[in-house]
Write a protein that binds this ligand. Sequence first.
Ligand code: UDP
Ligand code: MG
Length: 307
Amino acid sequence: MDMNCRLCIVVPCYNEEDALPVTGPKFVEHLRKMVAEGHVDKDSKVVFVNDGSKDATWGVIKKLHDENKEVVGLNLAHNRGHQNALMAGLMYAKDHGDVAISIDADLQQDINAMSLFIDEYKKGCDVVFGVRNSRDTDSFFKRTTAGAFYKFSKWLGCDLYENSADYRLMSSKALEALSEYEEVNLFLRGIIPTLGFKTSVVYFDVSPRMQGESKYSLRMMIKLALDGITSFSIKPIRLVFLMGVAAIFIAVVMLIHILIDYINNNVVQGWPSILASIWILGGNILLSIGIVGEETIWKQRNDQGIL
Ligand code: UDP
Ligand code: MG
C-alpha cells in the first residue's frame, strides 16, 4: 500500500444494549473485509465509546473486546452527549491511527460507504463528509425539523453541508487541528468545515433503526440545534443589539411625547417617569448585552485565528 492507513472506526454508544450485540460484530466483520481487500492497514480498530449508558452497553463492549482483537472500548463516567462521546473517540483515534471514521452505533448509515471515504483520503483529502441521499426513513417530524434547522443555520451564516450527519472521515492531521479547538458546546459538523482542510463528500443511504429506539430525545435535538446556532452565528447577538437600539429609539420618542404633554399640562401623575425609565433602562440593558456578546465573539474568533 502506498500510504499508511490505520483506520479507527469511532462509534459513540448510549443505551445501545439492544443494537450493539447485532451491529458490533458487523463493524468488526466489515473492518476485516476492508483489511483483506487492502483498503486499510491490519492494525485498524473499532473504537466503541460508552457514553455513560444506564443499561448493559459497557458489558456488551467488553464482550466484543474479549472476542475480537480489533475492538477497543472507552468508558465515559457520565452521559456527556453524542458530540462529546464522539470527541473522546476521535481523540483516541488521533493518537492510535492515521484516519478515523465516525458512525452511529445503530448502523443506520450505510457501512459500505467507508471504502469510498478511504478512497477520498488516499486522493489527499483530510476531511470527508458523508451526506445522506434522502431522509425517507426518518419520521415526518424529524425530517421537517432537520430541514428547517439546516435552512435556518444557512440564513444565520453557518456553513453546513445539508443533511450531513456525523458520518465522516478525518485524517490524524485534521484531528490534531480539531484537538486545539476550545469549544465547550460541541457541534462538530459546524466546527470541522472551519478547520480549513481539503475536503470532499461521499453520498450514502440511510436505513431505519433496526434495534432499540432513537437515543436523541427532543430535548437533546433542541440542545444540539441551539449549540449549532449559538456557536456559529453572530446573528442572535446582533438581534439583541438591534432590539436595544430600537428600545432606546422608542424611549426618545416617549420622552418627546411626555415633554409635549407636559407643556400642554396634560400628564397623569407618575406615568412619564415609569414609562421613560422602562424604555431607557431596557434599551441600555439590551445594548450592553449586545456589545458584550459581540466582543466575546470577536475575541473568540481572533483566538482561533478565524479572522
Ligand atoms: N448517542 C450518544 N450519547 C447520547 C445520545 C446518543 O453517544 O447521549 C449515540 C447513540 O448511541 C448513537 C448515536 O449517538 O450511536 C446517534 O443516536 P441515534 O441513532 O439514537 O440518533 P438518530 O439516528 O435518531 O438521530
Ligand atoms: Mg440513529
